[in-house]
Design a binder for this molecule. Structure first.
Ligand SMILES: Nc1ncnc2c1ncn2[C@@H]1O[C@H](COP(=O)(O)OP(=O)(O)OP(=O)(O)O)[C@@H](O)[C@H]1O
Ligand SMILES: [Mg+2]
Length: 313
């Protein structure tokens, strides 16, 4: 029997016994002195004795009840102490794992990323001499992928830790020009034409994170599009908000995957195209922080249209 159950039994018996003892004492008093305290004033002797006898089970019930309440209280106290201990233990474990995570991120950023940079330079020099060297091309692809992975993981873990960011006036036209410029070599490699009118004055409330947003969308549009196709980038003048659409002619995204792909590490295998599955999670979190939205729809005639919506400044 555990401790609180024992206490419960003891207390039940104690309360019931006190009641019964009072009863016996009162009976004894009546027998010894041939007089009753209550009968004189209120009731007959018969009623009084019936009440006194009925009081015995009542005392037992009250005893059980008091014992129950006491043991319940003890049990709750014990559970809350256990809970406190568990919370403390989990907090300690979390602090430990956070320290480990920081250490891991530090190692990746400083001890892996920097040497990778040197290897990448060496590979590029070798490729300048022999542009068709198959081994070097494979090495370059893998280095690029490793660097992308580390940078994306870093970017995502920093973003996730943020609750808000400062918003300022940002011209979407300027950000898009920069991003399209960065991606034009890749577009040329796949012979993909990027249709974009450009311009200025599309001022939204945003943040420097917008460059990451459009970079990821452009990177995906190029990665998941076939050679010799077209990507259309449009800024649509909405009511109180700008909408930036990035439309490609790739394989498109199934309806059941349209929300899933914005979760971290959620990838949908597409003809062996490699990725970390963090790009769209970064886009989503960056837009949440800027009070914006992103969604994907089918492109009529094939492919996908990613739309980013941001409040006008
Ligand atoms: N334009 C697109 N067309 C078709 N599928 C897409 C497109 N953009 C994203 N996807 C799908 O959504 C998934 C998630 O995209 P996300 O950008 O998050 O990850 P990723 O591209 O696989 O990796 P990375 O972290 O390197 O960007 C991709 O695996 C792909 O299947
Ligand atoms: Mg991506």
């Amino acid at each position: 029997m555990d401790a609180s159950k024992k206490d419960y039994t003891k207390i039940s018996w104690l309360v019931a016994s006190i009641g019964i003892i009072i009863n016996i004492l009162y009976f004894s008093y009546e027998l010894i002195f041939f007089r009753s305290v209550f009968t004189k004033h209120f009731v007959s002797v018969f009623v009084e004795h019936v009440v006194i006898i009925l009081l015995i089970p009542l005392f037992i019930v009250v005893g059980l009840l008091v014992g129950n309440v006491y043991s319940l209280k003890k049990e709750l106290e014990k559970r809350s102490i256990n809970l406190e201990e568990t919370v403390k233990q989990r907090t300690r474990e979390l602090e430990e794992s956070n320290k480990l995570k920081d250490l891991y991120a530090d190692i990746l950023t400083h001890d892996v990323l920097n040497p990778l940079g040197s290897v990448s330079t060496a590979v590029e020099l070798k490729l300048e001499d022999e542009p068709g060297d198959e081994d070097m091309l494979i090495a370059k692809r893998n280095i690029t992928r490793a660097v992308e992975l580390i940078e994306n993981a870093n970017r995502y873990s920093k973003l996730v830790a943020k609750d808000d960011v400062e918003l300022e006036k940002v011209d979407l036209g300027e950000v898009l020009d920069e991003v399209l410029n960065d991606y034009s070599p890749l577009a040329m490699e796949k012979n993909i034409r990027i249709k974009y009118k450009g311009g200025r004055g599309f001022t939204a409330m945003g943040n420097a994170l917008l460059k990451d947003v459009f970079s990821n969308l452009l990177s995906n549009a190029l990665k998941y599009s076939h050679m010799n196709t077209e990507i259309a980038v449009n800024i649509v003048n909405g009511e109180g908000a700008w909408k930036v659409e990035v439309a490609d002619r790739g394989e498109g995204i199934k309806d059941e995957d349209k929300e899933k792909i914005f979760e971290r590490f959620k990838r949908v295998e597409k003809g062996g195209v490699k990725g970390t599955g963090l790009g769209l999670a970064i886009v989503k979190k960056a837009l949440d922080l800027q009070k914006g939205r992103v969604w994907v729809e089918d492109n009529p005639g094939g492919g996908s249209v990613f739309t980013v919506e941001l409040s006008k400044a």
